[in-house]
Design a protein around this ligand. Structure first.
Ligand SMILES: Cc1ncc(COP(=O)(O)O)c(C=O)c1O
Length: 473
């Protein structure tokens, strides 16, 4: 049973879409016509995509009837778990009442106004405005345009450059991918665009050498100061970072990192942007990752957990300091047809109410996370194949190492982690491989029994990988 109260009335038996064709037929149809994101199409089509049929709580089922523990919450988004019927009901009601209307030309609707007020209520002090997008990527594109417009409005149009981080992830649009520090993305299509530069990521395990995590955290943060001085502070618009890097492999910065970043942004008058697309809405055990680390950002990019992934919606939360300038500056020539879409807004608002009323974030932080962290460390701290065991809120990660004591990593670590990911998948556990790490971000509503299953299944899978590599008998 999940942490959230279960919907108790019996569900009508349903004819699931997946049952209309065989798995092979779905795979053939998919291979013939669907280009998947971030995929090697030929390799995928040769193997056939796993067909996900339906979901409930922390589980998804495939078309072969396998019940799979989804320890990635879809794609870091299904924070309240699958199958919450209230959200489906709100969506259906809203589609019947007002399926769409835009907010461009002096109109609004109750759903977007209500969601905005709810966001102002749950966001940190001073965040009273929101600009809507459909995704995190569009949110970060909005950030680029917004910070440049802000500075231009203040008579400093030369303040254009945005400093981001290597191995950060900010999405896949041209702006988002440019802010991101993924070189394999930059290689395709001449990115980053001008005016975006990258500094070192705060990854002590990889880059810390002989420094303590705390000393290294200061060093990594001071790369920002060095870059500002190199560019000239008068040319720098903003610094952007994920409080915890998600897609980069759950990189948890040393405790000294964010306070020093904050000091530097304050000292040089640079806008601080927290990309909360993954960290927001509970992943760290706080509503926002910025609160966990005590960061005081000017803008926060949001998406994913805003609607728990039930419908696409994202945006940028804007601090009063920036909002005041934007409001006085006249037209901001930016927006999307579906900015603040009424159905997505209604679903997001219901999702926020569920998070709030059921105290899902607080219960995860106070009652569950300490227990699951203990399980995670007990399972992996002494594991011969695992070097860096990390967790924070409901982020869980482990890095494979050739030699534990010296933090020596495998030359083919990426391939080994992918093999580990495949073993998990074959054993009905969804984790993700990033470089030489295996990572997880389960739904916030995982029960104790489900948490025990998650960790013990992860351990069995890593043991299997260790046996294949000769690290365990
Ligand atoms: C931190 C962060 N920012 C932005 C994005 C992009 O969001 P989307 O895929 O909704 O465009 C992601 C997606 O994973 C993300 O993790």
């Amino acid at each position: 049973m999940s942490l959230a109260p279960m919907v108790i009335e019996a569900r009508q038996p349903v004819q699931r879409s997946a049952s209309q064709r065989s798995t092979q037929q779905w795979q053939a149809l998919d291979a013939a016509h669907h280009l998947h994101p971030f995929s090697d199409a030929a390799a995928l089509n040769a193997q056939g995509a796993r067909v996900i049929s339906h979901a409930d709580g922390v589980y998804v089922w495939d078309s072969e009837g396998n019940k799979i523990f989804d320890a990635m919450s879809g794609l870091w988004c299904v924070n309240i778990g699958y199958g919450r019927r209230e959200l489906a009901e709100v969506a259906a009601r809203q589609m019947n009442e007002l399926a769409f209307y835009n907010t461009f030309f002096k109109t609004t609707h109750p759903q977007v106004a209500e969601l905005s007020a709810l966001l102002a209520e749950v966001a940190p002090e001073g965040f009273n405005h929101v600009f809507y997008t459909n995704s995190g990527s569009e949110g970060n594109d909005t950030v680029i345009r917004m910070v440049r417009h802000y500075w231009a409005s203040l008579g400093q149009p030369q303040r254009k450059t945005i400093i981001a981080r290597e191995n950060g992830y900010h999405g896949s649009t041209i702006g988002g991918a440019s802010l991101g520090g993924m070189t394999y993305m930059h290689e395709q299509g001449d990115l980053p665009i001008p005016g975006i530069v990258h500094i070192e990521q705060p990854y002590w395990f990889a880059n810390g050498g002989d420094l303590s995590p705390e000393a290294y955290g200061l060093k990594a943060a001071r790369a920002l100061e060095a870059k500002i001085l190199e560019l000239g502070a008068e040319n720098v618009a903003a610094f952007i970072g994920e409080p915890v890097q998600g897609a980069g492999g759950i990189i948890i910065p040393p405790s000294t990192y964010w306070p020093e970043i904050q000091r530097i942004c304050d000292q040089y008058g640079i806008l601080l942007v927290a990309d909360e697309v993954i960290c927001g809405f509970g992943r760290t055990g706080e509503w926002f990752g910025s609160q966990y680390f005590g960061i005081r950002p000017h803008l926060m990019t949001i998406a994913k957990g805003l609607s728990s992934g039930y419908l696409p919606i994202g945006g940028v939360l804007v601090h009063d300091q920036v909002a005041k300038v934007l409001i006085e500056a006249g037209d901001f020539n930016h927006g999307f047809t579906y900015s603040g879409h009424p159905v997505a807004a209604a679903v997001a608002a219901e999702n926020l109410r569920i998070l709030k009323n059921e105290r899902i974030i607080e219960r995860m932080r106070d009652e569950m996370a300490p227990y699951v962290h203990q399980l995670w460390h007990a399972a992996f701290d002494d594991h011969p194949l695992v070097g860096d065991v990390r967790c924070l809120g409901y982020f869980f990660a482990l890095t494979l190492v050739e030699d534990k004591a010296s933090r020596k990593r495998f030359a083919n670590g990426d391939a080994l982690a992918l093999r580990g990911r495949d073993i998990c998948f074959a054993n009905n556990l969804i984790m993700r491989a990033v470089h030489d790490s295996l990572i997880a971000a389960p739904p916030l509503v995982m029960s104790r029994a489900e948490a025990e299953l998650f960790v013990s299944r992860a351990r069995q899978c890593i043991d299997q990988l260790a046996r294949e590599l000769g690290y365990l008998a």
